[in-house]
Design a protein around this ligand. Sequence first.
Ligand code: AMP
Length: 451
Amino acid sequence: MAQFQDLNLNTPLYNALDDLGFTTPTPIQEQAFNVVSSGKDVVGIAQTGTGKTFAYMLPILRNLKFSMQENPRVLVLVPTRELVVQVVDEIEKLSKYINNRVLGVYGGTNINTQKQAIAQGIDILVATPGRLYDLALSRVLQLKSIQKLVIDEVDVMLDLGFRHQLINIFDILPERRQNIMFSATMTQDVDLLINDFFKTPERVSIAISGTPLENINQTRYDVPNFYTKVNLLTHLLRDEDTYNKVLIFVAFKRMADRLFEQLDEFFKEELCVIHSNKTQNYRLRSIEQFREGQNRILIATDVMARGLDIDNVSHVINFDTPEYPENYMHRIGRTGRAERLGEALVFSTKNEQESIENIEALMKMEIPLLEIPEDVQISTELIEEERPQIKERNNPTKRKDEDAPGPAFHDKSEKNSKENLGGSYKFKIAAKYKKPKTRGDKNYNKRNKKK
Ligand code: AMP
């Protein structure tokens, strides 16, 4: 295993690392060092806890020369004030024997105090995007000397809706600069940002182990569309004894809400959802209720489920098939922990078959395919994103819909555009399980009278 001595650091950094008691670089630190030092744009995929902060700060501090100038040369953008504090703290630990000036700024606090601190001169600025932009507009902060831009936790940042703020900031930064980006998960949003603003970036990631834990039993279903997925899921979740702690993953918050609405009818008391449009309190409460077993089912997006530490998850259900195989590995790793046997299921439409192939290629194994049980209704109703897309011309500003899972793979017929078969299945299930009829169920009596 490599030691810090194998990296081309300098005495002040070695001394600081010694004081911290760190001798061995983490895998992401080892991999990122030369790439970040090279000055090329870099995209690093690493989760919190992997040592990612030092992965970009070690090479940056190694190469940052002493300077008397007042304007910052390194800008680190992070999504939350907590992270500003944490990153500043980490940089200060590493800078113990280096003469540099580090400052953290974030919104919700007095901007004038921050302006005064900036005026005294800084080398490294750590900031949340909103406050950074305000400070730059006020002209107290000059960004013309920025040589290195680090964006940390890009996935969270985009998920919180900071894309436009980031673009505004890119606009006022010098064009000649190194971009370094770290993200825990790859998402379509992250990909889009990279393609639009990065110059052929080098990618570094800890080689995600394609070897799934042995105590996770994986199976998959081929399912034609969203509503059939809902029907299959409802069918499975009815078995409360088997499916006793279920984490359901979806890629987008809109899909999380949509699925929540569908499941709410049957599993109201046992269901919760987390994604970035929910308040922090709501999310914490949901996670706690799921952890404690008050709620049996939790729906989560990839970004929000990062760092979720929950034991005894009986099933991870991939309601969609992750486009990035790494995300699949992260998702299923939430079950089968602490020596217990876990189950992972994945639902795939025809459109998602390529993703399944990529996942299987990464794991070097096939996921056993199960037949959809006979009493699961196959719906022909399609959600908006599954319908054939009409190409819009002359609209160059319209960007790819970040919430869309992709174009539909089969045509919607005249007939099924009028008939809601997904709904009718709900009635069937409701009758089967003697659910009281629901408020919206206007046709229930009519239909039953006919029989
Ligand atoms: P991060 O992933 O950057 O949030 O770092 C997680 C924690 O690991 C922080 O508390 C770091 O101080 C610590 N850490 C970073 N690099 C190392 C290392 N090479 N050896 C031991 N601990 C480390």
